[in-house]
Design a protein around this ligand. Sequence first.
Ligand code: 5GP
Ligand code: ZN
Length: 137
Amino acid sequence: MRDNNCIFCKIAAGEIPSKTIYEDDKFRVILDLGPATKGHALILPKNHYANLYELPEDTAGDVMKLAKKMATVMTEKLGCQGFNLMQNNGETAGQTVFHFHMHLIPRYENDGQEINWKLGSPTQEELEEIKNLITEN
Ligand code: 5GP
Ligand code: ZN
């Protein structure tokens, strides 16, 4: 379960050095080289899955448990006041490395970062249409 052309496969396997803050048999958590804030880290599964769609369900559950554990430890050690979990799938959504990863982003008062979107203003009819599109068989 690896892609020989994938940089995160090499980092997860320890073939390319990284600042590792956690490791077990399934995951490596590394500091991001272009951090949004102090301590920005990435959860990498050791197996190669390009994105959330390819991620097995049980691994998805393990990622969330690990994210909670890391957020708790990092908040305590870094003294941040908030925390963003972020996860991009596909170029359109901002994914640049096509090996699944979860961003762990500690947030500090006045850290100058904006991890945000512009609010839309759909009508009730539009919301109803979208709800039906997603939930209809
Ligand atoms: P994406 O845009 O795919 O959600 O996130 C990719 C992230 O990986 C970016 O935050 C980027 O800074 C980080 N990154 C890219 N290449 C490397 C690398 O070789 N080492 C580390 N530690 N981070 C990387
Ligand atoms: Zn990979």
